[in-house]
Ligand binder design. Structure first.
Ligand code: PRX
Length: 637
């Protein structure tokens, strides 16, 4: 495939950027002509951030899978679409060419149809990183069902919350999943989730670990049996269902500053164009290259840069089931050598963790195929950036530091590999169509360079979220009401003298732990469920590997066991309510929390204590009980 909209030089970037801001409709209409449409749009863009009401390519008809699969059948049927590397290095890898992937997606679309799934139905997907996961998403998209993928690390309760919120009547899962040395009993977690979700009509279970599972008659079916039925019916093709540009493609739940995760909604056309455009430009993808994004499909990075971005560009996407440190910390490098990977896209957490194992695991591995390196999910510190550059890119591969969010659908701020300059720890410049502004507390725009503020966007790009599922007002309040006529990202940011952006981290009560977003309120709610807990307050603290760790201050009146056991009990409750990813790294028992006279917890003080910045606590005399601060400092972990 060739990409006429691929930016080739810094001056080209400047021209394209200018055009995208001055004539957005014409700009995106030109990009969009490179896709397959069943019908072209009547209007490229309608928008209003007040409501919000955002529509891209209104009136157009399409199916994203025709862009990800069918159109490549003619030009490159035998090119690998997905290369799958097992958790177990001894297990044979799998390759699905575009032809094979198309076939399997059509087959599974029949399975979905046979099981009663229709256009617009919500399908919850809770699987490990096996090719069938990609097939499941694409098959949903093919029949127009809205997929809602839940990361395999979330608990039964978290799944139940998401099933209820989306009123999802269908679930696709696996018996179990392998992750490093661990085996995760996915189906059994689903069974627990479904105890309170009687509205779920069908669970399709794919075999991976063949761990014993309970299969409920009338509700649960095996993936493989259902495929056999389709084979005997002789059904092969499955014509892609015609979708409106603004029909919902998927929901992905993410944390905010309230206790309840939000179902971020992306729609068909804008998301497709954005995932593709950013993939092609940021990574400067060239036909035939192998793109290895190490994220899990349970997160937005996997949706956009394992599946929809690469496949819509006819790329070869490498999907890895395992973890970077198993069987040892050389696994990524072995994979790069084995498949001659061209592009590696991973998280700073993974880089920092592998850095800790030393260079021994890299020695002797041939990484000469690497052309481009990328990072995502959290700020990358300069030390990790240079380590990545030196040891993996051998100082020859450009590094793209890509800043974006679940809500943005794809990358918003990043250098373009080898085309626009990189600057360590800076995401650098906005992509065409992206108009960042920095504002102060009152929403006043901070002009000029060498400044910092809260990061907002002035206008919509095609991949912006459209709503939060079932609650449009929540979408408005969360993203469009803080500052008038702006999309607020929740991030703090600085702009250097040359106009480069550097993201400094969240300015709301959201933590970024190992590149995963978790709301402090969500963790507090989970902790507060535990017997004997009177109150809790959660803050982040700097963590060498995870970026941020979770620090919980807890007032506990339980009587069973010593402090250590109590911590374990509390952690178990958090694992049950959310998942192991939300477990606090530190739990400090306190007798009181610093509160203002009106009863508000002074998180700033708790944050400073957790960060070991006791010298800069500021004025504590306005607190209801200033003595509590001394007690907390004394007991700091
Ligand atoms: O704080 C920013 C941080 O991750 C948040 C978005 O998290 P999530 O929706 O889970 O999506 C992660 C994958 C896109 C942002 O608000 N973040 C993401 N990328 C970067 C980043 N912080 C600094 N630099 C980045 N490159």
């Amino acid at each position: 495939m060739h990409y006429p909209y691929q930016i080739k030089s810094l001056s080209d970037y400047k021209i394209q950027y200018k055009k995208s801001v001055e004539e957005p409709e014409q700009f995106w209409a030109e990009v969009a002509t490179n896709f397959t449409w069943k019908k072209h749009w009547d209007k490229v863009l309608t928008w209003d951030f007040k409501t919000p009401n955002i529509k891209w390519f209104e009136g157009a008809k399409l199916n994203i899978t025709e862009n990800c699969l069918d159109r490549h059948l003619i030009t490159q049927p035998d090119v690998p679409a997905i290369i799958w590397e097992s958790n177990d290095p001894e297990e044979h890898h799998r390759i699905l060419t575009y032809k094979e992937l198309h076939f399997k997606v059509c087959q599974f679309a029949h399975v979905l149809k046979n099981n009663g799934v229709k256009k617009g139905d919500r399908v919850c997907i809770y699987m490990g990183m096996i090719p069938e996961l990609s097939i499941a998403l694409l098959a949903c998209a093919r029949i127009g069902a809205i997929h809602s993928v839940v990361f395999g690390g979330f608990s039964a309760q978290a799944i139940a919350d998401r099933l209820q919120d989306a009123n999802a009547e269908f679930v696709i899962t696996c018996d179990g999943a392998y992750r490093g040395a661990k085996e995760i009993p996915l189906k059994s977690v689903i069974d627990d989730a479904l105890i309170g979700c009687k509205f779920v009509k069908r669970v399709i279970v794919c075999t991976r670990t063949r761990t014993p599972v309970s299969m409920i008659k009338g509700r649960d079916v095996w993936w493989e049996d259902e495929i056999k039925k389709v084979e005997t019916q002789g059904n092969h093709d499955f014509p892609a269902v015609e979708m409106d540009a603004e029909d919902q493609l998927f929901i992905l739940y993410t944390s905010g500053s309230t206790g309840k995760p939000k179902g971020v909604v992306h729609t068909c056309a804008g998301y497709m164009v954005w995932a593709n455009y950013t993939f092609v430009n940021v990574f400067q993808y060239q036909q035939g290259q192998i793109h290895f994004c190490t994220a899990d499909i349970g997160w937005i990075t996997g949706h956009s840069y394992i599946l929809y971005g690469p496949l819509s560009a006819g790329a070869t996407s490498l999907m890895f089931e395992g973890v970077p440190t198993w069987p040892d910390a050389g696994r990524f490098w072995e994979i790069i050598e084995k498949y001659k990977v061209d592009i590696l896209y991973t998280a700073p957490t993974a880089i920092r963790s592998l850095m800790g194992f030393g260079e021994g695991y890299i020695a002797g591995k041939d990484l000469s195929s690497i052309k481009v390196l990328g990072t995502v999910g959290e700020p990358i510190n300069e030390e990790a950036w240079h380590w990545y550059d030196r040891n993996i890119g051998k100082e020859k591969a450009p590094i793209v530091d890509t800043w974006w969010q679940t809500e943005t659908g794809g990358i918003l701020i990043s250098n373009l590999a080898g085309v626009t300059p990189a600057k360590p720890s800076y995401a650098t410049l906005p992509l065409p169509g992206v108009q960042p502004v920095l504002v102060d507390e009152n929403g006043k725009e901070i002009l000029g360079n060498g400044v910092s503020g809260n990061l907002c966007m002035k206008a919509p790009w095609p991949g912006i979220l459209r709503t939060t599922y079932g609650d449009h007002e929540r979408c408005r309040i969360n993203y469009f009401a803080t500052y008038e006529n702006l999309y607020f990202t929740g991030d703090g940011c600085l702009r250097d003298e040359d106009g480069n952006y550097r993201i400094t981290g969240r300015v709301d009560d959201v933590l970024n732990v190992s590149g995963h977003r978790i709301g402090t309120a969500e963790i507090e709610n989970a902790i507060n469920m535990h017997q004997g807990i009177v109150e809790s307050a959660v803050v982040g603290f700097p963590h060498d590997i995870k970026g941020q760790g979770i620090y919980a201050y807890v007032i506990y009146q339980g009587t069973h066991g010593d402090a250590e056991l109590a911590r374990k009990d509390i952690n178990l409750t958090v694992s049950r309510m959310i998942g192991a990813i939300a477990k606090p790294d530190k739990i400090q028992f306190v007798t009181g929390l610093p509160k203002t006279r009106s009863g508000k917890i002074m998180r700033r003080i708790l944050r400073k204590i957790a960060e070991n910045e006791i010298g800069s606590l500021g004025d504590t005399s306005t607190l209801l009980d200033p003595a509590v601060v001394d007690e907390i400092i004394k007991g700091k972990l």
